[in-house]
Write a protein that binds this ligand. Structure first.
Ligand code: NAI
Ligand code: 15L
Length: 262
C-alpha cells in the first residue's frame, strides 16, 4: 500500500495506524519534507513528475492519496500538485493494476453552500476556490477511472482533521485523528465500493453534511463528538460575511489573486 503526502499533518497521523493494519505501507512525499520522517524505505516523489509517479506505483495494490497543496492558492500553484499530480496518479494506477484509491478530497468541493444548508454527497458541487476545484477534478478522475477501468475510489471530503475543534465552524467540520484512521481503514477494506463519495467528520451534532448512507456502506462509526468541545470554542467566530455564512469558512477570504499567468 502507498501513502502519498506522508510527511503532512494527516499523513503523519495515519502512517502508524496504517502500518498496524496493513503488511506493507510505502510512504512518499516531496524529498524535503520526507527527510524529517526518518524512514529509510520512504520514496521521494513529486506528483507533478509523471515518470516518477509511475515508478512510485510499481507493485502497489492500493493508495491513500493525501499528497498535494492543501489550502487555497493561486491556480498555477494548485495545478501541478493537485490536478496534473492526480492525473499522473490515476494513470499510473491504471498501468500498474492498482485495485483501490482512497482520495483525500475536501469539504471545499461544496464550500459555497451556506452554513444553514444540509448537503449530501450527490448534491451539485459548489467549490469555493481553485483548491476546491482541484479536488472536484480529482473526484471526476476517480469516477471516470472506475467507469472505464474498474479502479475503485473512495473520495473522502474531509472536514477539519485536528486534535480538537478549533472554532465554532469546527463543531460542524471536525474529524478526530483516530476517527480519520478508522475512516481511511474502512475506505480501504469495505467491499464493493465502486466510486463512492463520503464526507469525513466525527460524530458532529452540528454537521452540515448528510453522509450517513456512505458511512453505512463503509462501515464507519465515528467515536468522537465535537459537541464535547462546544463550550471551549463556540464563541470563536470567523469574520462577518462569506467566511462566517458559507461552509468553506476562512477559504472564502483568500483571493482573488493577482495576475499569475506567465
Ligand atoms: P499537508 O499540507 O500537511 O500535507 C500535504 C503533503 O503533500 C505535504 O507533506 C506536501 O509536502 C505534499 N505535497 C505537496 N505538493 C506535492 C507534490 N507536488 N508532490 C508530492 N507531494 C506533495 O496537508 P494535510 O492537512 O496533511 O492534508 C492531507 C490531504 O488531505 C491533502 O490532500 C488535503 O487537501 C486533504 N484534506 C485535509 C484536510 C485537513 O483537515 N487536514 C481537510 C480536507 C482535505
Ligand atoms: C481543507 O481542505 C484543508 O486541507 C485543511 O487545511 C482545512 O483547512 C480544512 O479543509 C477545513 O476546511 O477546515
Amino acid at each position: 500500500m502507498l501513502l502519498t503526502g506522508a510527511a503532512g499533518t494527516l499523513g503523519r497521523a495515519l502512517a502508524a495506524p496504517l502500518r498496524a493494519a496493513f503488511a506493507h505501507v510505502r510512504l512518499s512525499d516531496l524529498a524535503g519534507p520526507l527527510g524529517a520522517l526518518g524512514d529509510p524505505q520512504a520514496v521521494p516523489c513529486d506528483l507533478a513528475d509523471g515518470a516518477a509517479v509511475h515508478r512510485l506505483l510499481e507493485g502497489v495494490d492500493a493508495v491513500v492519496h493525501l499528497g498535494g497543496v492543501s489550502v487555497e492558492k493561486p491556480f498555477d500553484v494548485v495545478l501541478p500538485a493537485n490536478i496534473t499530480g492526480a492525473f499522473h496518479l490515476y494513470e499510473a494506477a491504471r498501468r500498474q493494476g492498482v485495485r483501490r484509491i482512497v482520495f483525500a478530497s475536501s469539504n471545499h468541493v461544496t464550500g459555497c453552500y451556506r452554513q444553514d444548508e444540509r448537503v449530501r454527497p450527490q448534491d451539485p458541487p459548489r467549490p469555493d476556490g481553485y483548491y476546491g476545484l482541484s479536488k472536484l477534478y480529482g473526484e471526476g478522475l476517480a469516477s471516470m477511472y472506475w467507469d472505464r477501468y474498474g479502479i475503485e475510489t473512495v473520495a473522502l471530503r474531509i472536514g477539519s482533521g485536528t486534535p480538537a475543534p478549533v472554532d465554532r465552524r469546527g463543531l460542524s467540520t471536525w474529524l478526530h485523528l483516530d476517527d480519520l484512521a478508522q475512516l481511511v481503514t474502512c475506505a480501504l477494506t469495505a467491499p464493493g465500493v465502486g466510486f463512492l463519495v463520503a464526507y469525513g467528520t466525527s460524530d458532529n451534532a452540528r454537521s452540515w453534511w448528510d453522509t450517513a448512507e456512505a458511512w453505512q456502506r463503509l462501515g464507519y462509526r465515528p467515536q468522537h463528538k465535537s459537541e464535547d468541545h462546544a463550550a471551549a470554542v463556540q464563541h470563536l467566530l470567523q469574520p462577518e460575511g462569506p467566511m462566517r455564512t458559507l461552509q468553506g469558512g476562512l477559504f472564502l477570504g483568500v483571493g482573488p489573486f493577482g495576475d499569475t499567468t506567465p
